[in-house]
Design a protein around this ligand. Structure first.
Ligand code: HEC
Length: 159
């Protein structure tokens, strides 16, 4: 009888330990799988920061994603802008920090306006910037795109 109680306790504590330990690795896996929109919703305004190292490989992957996600249809294949803002001039309509750029692409220009980001009276454009946060199912892809866009601005500044 006593043995069985001890055994039950052992099982109980094993189960409890699993319950305590499990959320850590599971949570980490969920983090890695967050879409851009989930990341926006899970993160306090003003605190998003590119976690990736800015290497030529990351920038090259960002360039590829920029094309497959159709950004170039509005901003030009090389970011020079068509009807939509140039991504290679010195103006940033909502701001140039990581947090603002990530949110703008994820929730669109109407989304950031609702969230309290001001565009002021800068460059007027035909339409709003559509939200891409659900289409970008891995948040890291959006950070790669942002790294690529920054490389364009840096290139323009160097000219
Ligand atoms: C349907 C056209 C369209 C598409 C597609 C589009 N954008 Fe935009 N984008 C806009 C417009 C319009 C604005 C300006 C919004 C405003 O003035 O309020 C903008 C603004 C921006 C800005 C701010 C530019 C600045 O100078 O401050 C960035 C960065 C940006 N878009 C990135 C992207 C990325 C990355 C993609 C692809 C994932 C993308 N856009 C796809 C229309 C588009």
């Amino acid at each position: 009888m006593q043995k069985s109680v001890a055994c039950d306790l052992a099982i109980l504590s094993a189960v409890t330990m699993v319950a305590i330990i499990a959320p850590l690795p599971l949570g980490a896996a969920d983090d890695a799988k967050m879409s851009a929109i989930e990341r926006v919703n899970a993160t306090e305004k003003g605190t998003l920061k590119n976690p990736l190292p800015i290497t030529p490989e990351i920038v090259a992957e960002g360039k590829e994603l920029y094309q497959t996600k159709t950004c170039g249809a509005c901003h030009g294949a090389n970011g020079g802008g068509i009807h939509c803002p140039s991504l290679i001039n010195e103006n940033w309509i909502y701001g140039s920090d990581d947090d603002t750029l990530f949110r703008l692409v994820a929730i669109g220009s109407e989304g950031v306006a609702k969230a309290g980001y001001s565009r002021g009276d800068k460059e007027k454009h035909a339409g709003p910037m559509p939200p891409f946060g659900e289409a970008i199912s891995n948040e890291q892809d959006l950070w790669k795109i942002i790294a690529y866009i920054r490389s364009l601005k840096a290139g323009a500044a160097a000219k």
